[in-house]
Design a binder for this molecule. Structure first.
Ligand code: ZN
Ligand code: FE
Length: 254
């Protein structure tokens, strides 16, 4: 199993340090800034082997070069985005595997938020590092891709095992939950989740990781096929991609 440590940084970003205890191999996912990563590595006596990037935005690759210079780690990212990932050493394709000791991540291409977005799925640890593709009760804004591309990307994530833990890159949960509630005011699981989230945030605690199971019940961007949700936006029986596009538009102006 992976040991996973979550570092809250900047306003609402999460950096993840992942460590495989048998091999002692260690990686950092989407380092926005360097110092908290250095501190964590020092405190644990870990040597950094890899940076795993999900996409090129500066709040995900900002510390790539500083960390590489100091730790001599290798930087791993998407082949199609190699020009935008600073210091990239290992270029991945859809379906490739990344090994961290005994733990293997499958690389899944998820265009939408950006065109060169990938996620890392460690099946033996039930852990998905999904950057800005899927959030708790939300999904990434469509800066580069189309609604159709994002919908297909989310279908890929939807098909993972329900117990998969979702390690996304931002604490956007509370704001997302307020939007989700406007679409499904009668969703009991959503109501329960909102109470939990409000309690966690009041105590300054993280709402992440969430689970795929939780998201399937509460995330409007995974519920475009729900009749009650379709009804609330007057789109019953419409093509699911059109419903998804509409939900994304509504969220953009919420
Ligand atoms: Zn981003
Ligand atoms: Fe981001």
């Amino acid at each position: 199993m992976l040991e996973i440590i979550q570092l809250p940084v900047l306003t609402d970003n999460y950096i993840y340090i992942i460590h495989e205890p048998n091999s002692k191999e260690t990686a950092v996912v989407d380092p926005a800034i360097a110092q908290p990563v250095f501190d964590l590595l020092n405190n644990n006596g870990w040597r950094l082997n890899y940076i795993l990037n999900t996409h090129h935005h500066s709040d995900h690759v900002g510390a790539n070069l500083e960390i590489k210079n100091k730790t001599d780690c290798q930087i791993i990212g998407f082949e199609k985005d190699q020009k935008r990932i600073p210091g990239i050493d290992i270029k991945l394709k859809q379906g490739d595997e990344v090994k961290l000791g005994s733990q293997i991540a499958k690389v899944i291409e998820t265009p939408g938020h950006t065109l060169g977005h990938i996620v890392y799925y460690f099946s033996d640890s039930d852990a998905l590092f999904c950057g800005d593709t899927l959030f708790s009760m939300g999904c990434g804004r469509l800066f580069e891709g189309s609604a159709e591309q994002m919908w297909y990307s989310l279908q890929r994530l939807k098909s993972l095992p329900k117990q998969t833990k979702i390690y996304c890159a931002h604490e956007y949960t509370q704001a997302n939950s307020q939007f989700a509630l406007t679409l499904e005011p009668d969703n009991k699981q959503l109501d329960d989740r909102i109470k939990e989230v409000n309690n966690l945030r009041a105590a300054n605690k993280a709402t992440i990781p969430t689970s795929l199971e939780q998201e399937l019940m509460t995330n409007p961007f995974l519920r475009e096929d729900s009749l009650t949700l379709q009804q609330s936006i007057d789109m019953i029986g419409m093509p699911v991609i059109d419903v998804f596009r509409k939900i994304r538009q509504l969220k953009d102006s919420f």
